[in-house]
Design a protein around this ligand. Structure first.
Ligand SMILES: [Zn+2]
Length: 119
């Protein structure tokens, strides 16, 4: 990926005091937090998300956007790889439109994703 395009950042989310109210903190507690405290909360939220959900959610959401984009063109997003079930006949290799084995429904170890053009 070329460096400028590859490192261009798109913001994901932010946190505000109203979010804390929505999370059932009282106004009195929220009022105790100054901007430095809010920055600290935001920074730790960012770390927590990156250490936990970010890398799990990222490919799920990217795949859904790619699949939607492909479908608009009448194409299809294909996952290639192997079934993770050693007893399955697709253990050596399979491909499917979802990241699950088409025979036994076990998750696939995906080695390649590609959009196949519908001709
Ligand atoms: Zn299988």
């Amino acid at each position: 990926m070329n460096t400028k395009r590859g490192s261009q950042a798109f913001p994901i989310t932010s946190v505000c005091r109203d979010d804390l109210i929505r999370a059932e903190y009282t106004q009195k507690l929220v009022d105790m937090l100054d901007d430095a405290d809010m920055k600290k909360i935001a920074s730790e939220m960012s770390d927590a998300y990156c250490n936990n959900g970010f890398w799990i959610d990222l490919p799920i959401i990217v795949d859904s956007v790619l699949a939607e984009k492909a479908e608009k063109e009448g194409d299809v997003l294909i996952y290639a790889g192997s079934c993770t079930n050693p007893k399955c006949e697709e253990y050596e290799g399979t491909q499917n439109t979802r990241p699950f084995c088409s025979v036994c429904e076990a998750p696939m170890e995906v080695t390649d994703k590609r959009i196949v053009l519908d001709e």
